[in-house]
Ligand binder design. Sequence first.
Ligand SMILES: CC(C)(COP(=O)(O)OP(=O)(O)OC[C@H]1O[C@@H](n2cnc3c(N)ncnc32)[C@H](O)[C@@H]1OP(=O)(O)O)[C@@H](O)C(=O)NCCC(=O)NCCS
Length: 166
Amino acid sequence: MSAPTVRDATAGDLPAVAAIYTHYVVRTTMTFNTEVRTPREWIERFERDILDGPYHLLVAELEGVVRGYVETQRFRPKPAYARSLELSVYVDPEARGTGAGGALYGELFRRLEDTSYHRAYSIIALPNEASVRFHERWGFVHRGTLTEAGYKFGQYLDVAYYERAL
Ligand SMILES: CC(C)(COP(=O)(O)OP(=O)(O)OC[C@H]1O[C@@H](n2cnc3c(N)ncnc32)[C@H](O)[C@@H]1OP(=O)(O)O)[C@@H](O)C(=O)NCCC(=O)NCCS
């Protein structure tokens, strides 16, 4: 299989991106979302935050098929957080471990060089060994874990905060 390629998402990619995320919402505790985003919500968010806003949505393709994505958003709403980004990265379960996640982070961090963004955060619902290893490999540092902050599928879940200087 050839190496993943990464590019900016277009509106036409949103159904594929939504399908990847929906799997993790519906089947796993890796995201604390419990309801899928509607197609309208995906489009509104894309137009407002990516096309007309300062944030990113990159997709990774393998053999011409979108198999993963990374999106950025403001870490927290208050104005002083404007230079801190929260990242969300998801790879199709069948394409995990093929380098798609790494290709997405490589391109994203290249783009964030020489910008005013100062910190990137990834908030990892535990347990998620693959994501913890992945983020450590990309230079993220564990800054703390909140215990039982989430509740999904009948269980309390811890959440770990990982930080990377940009
Ligand atoms: C975490 C995730 C984005 C990583 O993307 P990926 O394409 O699978 O990872 P890559 O193939 O680019 O691997 C890069 C590095 O991540 C680490 N890694 C990836 N999968 C791993 C696993 N199952 N176990 C341990 N380390 C793993 C390794 O350090 C790997 O480097 P190596 O291959 O040189 O050992 C992907 O596995 C995924 O989508 N997971 C489910 C959703 C999720 O947890 N998203 C993050 C929410 S915080």
